[in-house]
Design a protein around this ligand. Structure first.
Ligand code: SF4
Length: 175
């Protein structure tokens, strides 16, 4: 997997000050995408153990609330395997810091009903994510007043509560 960018001290993609990893590669091709350059799976730099260590070391700071993974498409089947060691390490070392993930897939239809059953990496990732913002960006539904998302079709989901209840559980304060 390649990644497009790492933003340290990001306050736009989840609560508090966060480190954000923008992975490369996306096949949703949303009209008006905020990061079209990251559609290309080969864009940016190679995601290596050193990248993981850099992120993990940066998180060792009480002022950093957590990690956000976005893109590109983190849940693209081509990207998931590379993210598993990162997410495992972050949760192991910093269980109190949150992991947010932004995906263009639908949490219930695409992830839970399909990928979750077929792909062990999907299960590894979802078992450690705190929050997912799901759904493609829809330009006609763009709303600048929304918190941590671009269009009103997108949902901010409590991942662990959703897995437990077997249905999408929204986080009211962000929806
Ligand atoms: S899912 Fe995200 S990165 Fe992919 S095209 Fe849509 S807005 Fe862009």
């Amino acid at each position: 997997m390649n990644y497009a960018d790492i933003k340290k001290y990001d306050v736009a993609n989840g609560p508090g000050v966060r480190i954000s990893l923008f992975v490369s590669g996306c096949s949703h091709f949303c009209k008006g995408c905020f990061n079209e350059i990251a559609w290309d799976y080969n864009y940016g730099k190679e995601f290596t153990d050193d990248t993981i260590n850099e992120i993990v070391e940066f998180l060792d700071n009480p002022h950093i609330a957590g990690l956000t993974i976005l893109g590109g498409e983190p849940m693209d089947p081509k990207n998931q395997d590379a993210l598993v060691p990162l997410v495992k390490k972050v949760k192991e070392l910093y269980p109190d810091k949150t992991i947010w993930c932004f995906t263009g897939y639908l949490f219930d239809k695409d992830l839970l009903e399909n990928m979750y059953k077929e792909n062990p990496s999907t299960r590894e990732l979802l078992s450690r994510f705190d929050v997912m913002v799901d759904g493609e960006f829809v330009e006609d539904l763009k709303n600048l007043n929304l918190k941590f998302k671009g269009s009103s079709n997108q949902r901010t989901i409590d991942v662990q509560a959703s897995l437990k209840e077997g249905k999408v559980v929204l986080i009211d304060k962000y929806n």
